[in-house]
Each structure stands twice: as C-alpha cells, then as structure tokens.
Design a protein around this ligand. Structure first.
Ligand SMILES: NC(=O)c1ccc[n+]([C@@H]2O[C@H](COP(=O)([O-])OP(=O)(O)OC[C@H]3O[C@@H](n4cnc5c(N)ncnc54)[C@H](O)[C@@H]3O)[C@@H](O)[C@H]2O)c1
Length: 438
C-alpha cells in the first residue's frame, strides 16, 4: 500500500476542495463527516468568511454541519492557496459556463489549476469535478501540472470524477449517489476510487479520464434531448387540443421502455442547458455535426418565447392586450425548492413580458430579489419578491406559474387569481375554469 493509499484508508489524508459552491461545499462536508480534515478554497472572500464563521450559503448543507466541522478543527475555508501544498487530495469544483458564443469558458478551471499547480508536490492526488468536454483533463489540465517537472502516475496523480449532485433532492445525496471515476493512469484510477470509496457507497470506475468526462455529458445530454421532446410534444398537444400532462401520466403507466420527462417554460440551471454545448463544441472541432444536441437546444431555448405568446393569447381572449396587463409570476428559481437562478427561464419570460409592456411582479420564497438586463440603452429591471397574498393575486390579470416550489398553496393561488397559466402542472387535479396549462 502506498503512503497516500494508507492515508486515504485511515482518513488521515488532508483534503482540499477548490470552489465552495453547490458542488464543492456538500462534497467538503461529506468528507468532513467521515473524518477527513478538509480545507475549502475559494476566490470569493465573502463566501470564505461565511464558511469560516461556521455558516452555510447552500440550502442542502445545514449551517450546523459547517459549524461542527469548524469547531472540531476538521473544516476551514480560505482564499489563500498556499495551504494546497499541505493537502494530499485536491478536488476542483469551479464553474464551467459558456461564453455568449456558446463556446466553453474554462477560465475558472484554468485559474484554479494554476493556483493548485503552483503548490503541487510529490504524492498528491488532483481530481477535477467540473463538468467539461472530453479531453479537458488530459489535454488542458495535465500539462499545467506536468509543467512543474513531476510525472503523472508516479510523482502525482490526476483523475476526473463528474459531480451528479441534484440540489434539493431529499432521497439522493452525495453518499448514496454512485460516483464515476477515471484516472489518467491505472494508479491514478485506483487512488481516486479509494478516496471516494471512503464516503460514497458506490464507486463506478471507468477506463480513463475521457470516459469519465463523457459519462457526465451523456447523462445531461440525455436530459436536455428528452426535455426538448417533452416540450415539442407540449406544443403539438396544444395544437391538437389534447392535454400533454394527462398523456404523460398515462404513458408513464407503461412498466418498461418509457421514462417521463416534462415540458416547461424553458431549461434552467448551470448544467442541463450548458453541458451539451460543451460536447457540441468539442465535436465541431473534430468536424462532427452534433445535430440532435443543436435541435434540442433550439427547441428548449424557444420555450420562454412560447410561454409569453401563450400568456399574450390568454389575455387577448379576455380582450386585454399584453401591454399594460399585470402579470404575477410565481417562481423565478430554475427548479423547485432551490434559490439558484442560473439560466432560469423565468428570467427570460419576465424580460420578454416586460419588453412587451406588461407590468410584471413576482413571488419566490427562495429568491428575495432579481435584476434582469433589458438590453441596450435600458435600465435593468429590478424586482423584489412580493408576498403571496390574496390581494396580490387578485390585482394581477394573469398569474403565471413558472417554478412549482412545493411550499406554495396552489389551491389558494387558483382560488384568488383571475386567470392562471400553469407551465409546471402545479395545479394537477384542480378543475377550476380559470386554469390553463402549457
Ligand atoms: N450545481 C449543480 O447542480 C451541479 C451538478 C453537477 C455538476 N456541476 C458542475 O460543477 C461545477 C461547479 O458548479 P457549482 O454549481 O458548484 O458552481 P458555483 O458557482 O455554485 O460554485 C463555484 C465556486 O467556485 C468559486 N471559484 C471560481 N473560480 C475559482 C478559482 N479560480 N479558485 C477557487 N474558487 C473559484 C466561486 O467563487 C464559487 O464559490 C461546474 O462545472 C458545474 O457544471 C454542478
């Protein structure tokens, strides 16, 4: 057994997690709970201060868990990467967004790797968890570390392990979601499997880093494509005058060969709308046209526009132009029960409604305020979440349910709204005449 294997097994290894966000913080705390000493690294000093004082900014991680880790001396947070050199394992969980041109923006990965590589020493295991295109670990990350004069697989170890965390999922968390791992060399693979095996029930080793990177892109492209199909089905069902929700419910009774996906006002979050574009970009560089990915992105990205056109039609049927109508939006987070607004379609819907002259207000129990860019020469739209009162519902000409947070009483919403446009089937089972669904 090598020294690092021994330290991983008896959990005396020091762990560094770079990027204290939705992915990094839950991972760090899961390792702390299993006895590792963990340092969280982040470039955001406010985030680091919050964590170092024993509080949490991620809803899935209770402040008490951070506080316990800090108190026990097993968790600390810092903006200084010098402590990286003392870590035996460093896991990198920084954002991988897209540029406006839909090309991968690996700036955070490059900067984080540079910071970690500056303190690389013999015996360390480095793991990239950020979602990215196949080839990133081998072609981009490895050379940055190898440039320090150490040999991968002998002097240090490098691996990729995609993160599968599903914020707000009460059933599957870090410990019981199987973890895919792939190393640059065999010894890298063995070490990364041993590391995650200490606090994750099932580790799924794959052949190499490229395979591990591609697993994540298959998973998220699968979702993006199937959601696009559900969205297009919804458009077709509306034309046909049949109810998409009833159709999905009935199709779901098939015990094999069908898995339900649901339509909505658009794709949101940091992953599903973004990750397939990483794969598409890579494939185009290899002269391969990723047609299905592009078609799915095209359908999904038109859903906010479709939502607004349906709102306009519904108001029109009440002899009201969209311009000057009051629209009350329920939910601006990209999915239920989270405060994350990244890529949220609600923001696009609010923007389009406002540009067309509607007076938009919103309620979201998780998001107190939003700022939405309205385009050249216009002041950004700044809105604060309004209390969900009967008066607020009655005052609106239309209530649009865009994110179905579970804590909202939709019976009450329907009862006190003039007209409800439900894009999430939050009003399932309700038969009132003022409900229209996507
Ligand atoms: N959020 C999810 O549900 C989810 C799920 C699976 C995979 N992922 C992937 O995980 C990665 C991280 O996503 P996230 O949601 O945790 O992002 P996040 O924005 O919540 O957190 C990222 C953190 O990294 C920090 N950071 C940025 N650059 C840094 C640097 N150079 N050094 C140190 N810290 C830096 C930021 O300040 C931030 O605190 C992305 O690649 C994402 O695609 C996210």
């Amino acid at each position: 057994m090598t020294a690092l294997e021994k330290k991983l097994t008896d959990r005396s290894a020091r762990v560094g997690v770079v990027g204290m966000g939705y992915v990094g913080l839950p991972l760090a705390i899961a390792a702390v709970r299993k006895g590792f000493r963990v340092t969280g690294f982040d470039i955001d000093p406010v985030r680091v201060r919050v964590l170092a004082s024993g509080r949490s900014h991620i809803p899935d991680v209770p402040g008490s868990a951070v506080a316990e880790g800090v108190k026990a001396g097993r968790f600390s947070a810092t903006t200084s990467f010098a402590a990286c050199g003392r870590c035996d394992v460093v896991v990198i969980c920084v954002p991988t967004p897209l540029r406006k041109t839909k090309e991968p923006d690996l700036t955070c990965v490059i900067l984080a790797c540079r910071s970690v590589a500056a303190h690389l020493r013999k015996g360390q295991l480095i793991v990239l968890e950020s979602t990215t295109y196949p080839g990133t670990t081998r072609e981009l990350v490895l050379p940055m570390f190898a440039a320090r004069g150490l040999k991968v697989g002998r002097d240090f170890h490098l691996a990729f392990s995609p993160e599968r965390v599903d914020p707000a999922n009460k059933k599957f968390g870090i410990a019981n979601t199987p973890k895919v791992v792939g190393g640059v060399t065999k010894s890298c693979s063995a070490l990364v499997a041993r590391f995650y095996g200490q606090f994750i029930e099932t580790v799924v080793p794959v052949r190499d880093v490229d395979t591990a990177e591609m697993v994540k892109l298959l998973e998220n492209t699968f979702r993006a494509v199937n959601i696009a199909m559900a969205n297009e089905m919804a458009l077709m069902c509306h034309r046909l005058g049949v109810d998409i929700w009833e159709i999905i419910r009935a199709a779901s009774t098939k015990p094999f060969g069908f898995m339900p996906f649901y339509p909505g006002p658009g794709l949101g979050g940091h992953c599903i709308p973004v990750d397939p574009s990483y794969l598409a970009w890579k494939m185009k560089s290899l002269n391969f046209e990723p047609r299905l990915i592009e078609l799915a992105a095209n359908i999904n990205s038109q859903m906010p526009e479709y939502t607004v056109s349906r709102v306009g039609d519904l108001l029109n049927a009440m002899r009201r132009p969209l311009k000057g109508s009051r629209v009350f939006v329920l939910g601006v987070a990209y999915k239920p029960d989270v405060n994350d607004m990244r890529e949220s379609p609600s923001l696009d819907v609010i923007k389009l409604l406002s540009e067309r002259g509607a007076a938009v207000s919103y309620h979201d129990p998780f998001v107190p305020a939003v700022e939405i860019e309205l385009g050249a020469g216009r002041q950004p739209l700044r809105l604060r979440s309004r209390p969900l009162t009967r008066a607020a519902l009655r005052a609106a000409h239309l209530t649009a349910i865009l994110t179905a947070h579970r804590c909202v009483d939709y019976q009450e919403v329907v009862k006190h709204s003039r007209l409800v446009f439900d894009t999430r089937n939050a009003t399932v089972g309700m038969k009132r005449k003022n409900i229209r669904r996507i």
